[in-house]
Design a protein. Sequence first.
Length: 317
Amino acid sequence: MKNIEQIKQELKFFVRKHNICKEDFITGNNYTELFRKINEIKQFCTDSFDTEEEFHSIFNNQLIIENGVLLCNCTRSKLVEIPNSVTSIGDRAFYGSMKLRSVVIPDSVTSIGLYAFGGCYLSEVEIPDSVISIKRRAFDCTALTKVKISNSIKLIEDGVFSGCRNLTSVTIPDSVTSIGEAAFSACINLTSVIIPESVISINKAAFQHCNNLKSIDMPAVVIIKEGAFALCKNLTSVKMSDSMVLIENHAFEYCSKLTSIIIPNSVISIGNYTFQYCTSLTSVELPESIVLDGTEFKNCISLNKIKLYKIITLTNK
């Protein structure tokens, strides 16, 4: 590998040639410091095959690894096998790797950084159980069709799989307790999601605009946050847990094929416009204790009546 000063000189020539940024942006005494800056502009360095290859050639077409962190994929390979020396895949490490089709992540890896595989054309990925952290938008890959999530993940962070429009099914491992904001939003071909009993919260817009999601079973979820399932236009079946407490604003807005809903008696509040424009909704059952303000079922044009049920406690005396 070239020394760091030579790398910086070649990078300065590269950014000047392509008018990407000022030369004084290229700083650092080691690769970690250098890529902390470079990764911020990497999307402009690899916006075409020609500039991508030129950028990678500066680093001798190698994986850049320092102190156990994979900083950048500068290879031209369709298949990348990450070596066992890597413990962390850094922020934007594979960002914009347009030739990449397959990656092998070893059991040595414990974390995957922000936008790590953003803009790649991966079709499948297996995340080993050694991984305990996956950062925001790590797999922003439109070609992704299949993913195996680590059984050690507790939180699926915000937007991790957002926009994976070819992803058709996903199984959430039973280590997960929370699904983050927009985690699977705009996965427009997602038809099946298995949510385990470990999950207690589904955050804002988590499955928003999953056009082909047909059913959802939430066996232990306590809170559904704002817009979590909004615009799921083919959603026909929703099963909520008996421990559900709160359904926030717009949670099921524009779920136009949803025909019936049963709100468990554990629920204490339903947000504004929760079921707005659920135009096929004909049957609703909810506890008598729920206070409605009139917006929850707004523009549900097929809904004629709402059945309230009393909660009766039986005692043996």
